[in-house]
Design a protein around this ligand. Structure first.
Ligand SMILES: NC(=O)c1ccc[n+]([C@@H]2O[C@H](COP(=O)([O-])OP(=O)(O)OC[C@H]3O[C@@H](n4cnc5c(N)ncnc54)[C@H](OP(=O)(O)O)[C@@H]3O)[C@@H](O)[C@H]2O)c1
Length: 331
């Protein structure tokens, strides 16, 4: 089988690629940069942006299956940049699947597509998309997910997975952010209630992608649907953050600020950064303030039922592996 993974050099894409190679699939990765780790795995790298329709079309020629993992992630940036990478990029991947007769497409979505700032406790796939979003990332991921699901047909079977807060060795978003801010003493709990949040260890999220693909065919129960993917171990958010900090030898967060203050500060920061076109990203945004202050965990029974997803690596085991990798990278 020949598989195309967009963003195969990234955090999640890299583990999907490794697992595909371990079972003997031929794998191509498509992304803008060169990722030396992929060459070691015997993965062909094709360089280009998903915004470039011809390049995506060419890269997917001759493939049997596509994992569309590449995306522009982040909490700040222009809407146009998010739209081009996440929406136009996904349109191009769908068009390439259609024109190259590729029968299966797995899209990596995000639970943030249903997040409206309020608590979600045990939410399932019946949750609606909110009327408006507080950040461009979830807004554009939601548009892309809807494009993918609408493309489901007898010729092209599609599915969308929503892995929740992926972490583990090699994480280039969540863990380094938490550790850097924790080390600098800049982290504050938002509120004092034990808001439950679920997360997913990266190997579990990657395994879910392969399992979904293996069960995907036109008319199958997986086709045309989206699925939440997590470790199914909701924990109080600040407990989880402190455990990640402990894995990096950083003291726990003890100080807190009231949620209303955090929200007001985030509005001021966003205003200043937009108005004065300040470089980098604001230290706090409305989206992040709400994510940190609220409960968000999801029911994964649909993924269990339709493709046998089961989080093999527990949070305990994942944290041990994370600790080892952080120690290794320090040495
Ligand atoms: N991390 C999480 O907690 C989380 C949670 C839910 C969903 N997700 C979703 O999971 C997917 C993977 O996320 P990740 O955490 O693994 O992110 P990541 O490490 O940043 O990987 C994304 C990869 O996509 C490639 N890419 C980005 N923009 C591109 C473009 N315009 N054209 C071609 N390639 C592009 C990048 O490679 P180049 O720089 O070489 O182009 C990058 O390696 C994304 O779809 C994200 O929305 C992530």
């Amino acid at each position: 089988m020949k598989v195309l993974v967009t963003g195969g050099g990234g955090f999640l894409g890299g583990v999907i690629v490794r697992m595909l190679r371990e079972r003997g699939d031929e794998v191509c990765s498509f992304s803008r940069g060169e990722h030396p780790g992929l060459a070691l795995l015997g993965v062909q790298q094709i360089r280009g942006g998903v915004e470039d329709r011809d390049a995506v079309n060419k890269a997917s020629t001759g493939c049997d299956l596509v994992f569309h993992v590449a995306a522009k992630a982040g909490i700040w940036g222009s809407y146009q940049d998010f739209y081009q990478a996440n929406v136009v990029g996904t349109e191009n991947v769908i068009a390439a699947c259609k024109s190259n007769g590729i029968g299966r497409l797995i899209y990596t979505s995000s639970p943030s597509v249903v997040f409206d700032g309020n608590d979600v406790e045990g939410g399932n796939e019946s949750l609606p998309y909110p009327a408006k979003y507080e950040a461009h990332y979830p807004a554009t991921k939601a548009l892309a997910e809807q494009l993918v699901l609408a493309a489901n047909s007898p010729e092209l079977a599609v599915t969308a997975l929503r892995p929740h807060l992926i972490w583990g060795p090699g994480d280039n978003h969540l863990v380094p952010r938490i550790v850097a801010r924790g080390r600098a003493g800049k982290l504050r709990r938002i509120g004092t209630r034990p808001n439950l949040v679920d997360t997913v260890y990266v190997d579990n999220a990657a395994r879910a992608h392969l399992q979904a693909a293996d069960n995907l065919s036109p008319g199958s129960s997986v086709a045309g649907k989206c699925y939440f993917i997590s470790n199914n171990e909701p924990l109080p958010l600040w407990n989880m953050i402190n455990r990640i900090l402990a894995a990096a030898d950083v003291p726990p967060v003890t100080r807190s600020i009231p949620p209303q203050l955090a929200y007001t500060v985030s509005c001021i920061c966003e205003g200043l950064w937009s108005l004065l076109r300040l470089p980098g990203e604001p230290p706090m945004t409305r989206f992040v303030a709400h994510e940190l202050a609220s409960a968000h965990w999801f029911d994964i029974s649909a993924a269990r039922r339709d493709f046998g997803y089961d989080p093999e690596i527990s949070i305990e085991e994942g944290l041990l592996r994370l600790q080892q990798s952080l120690q290794h990278s320090k040495a």
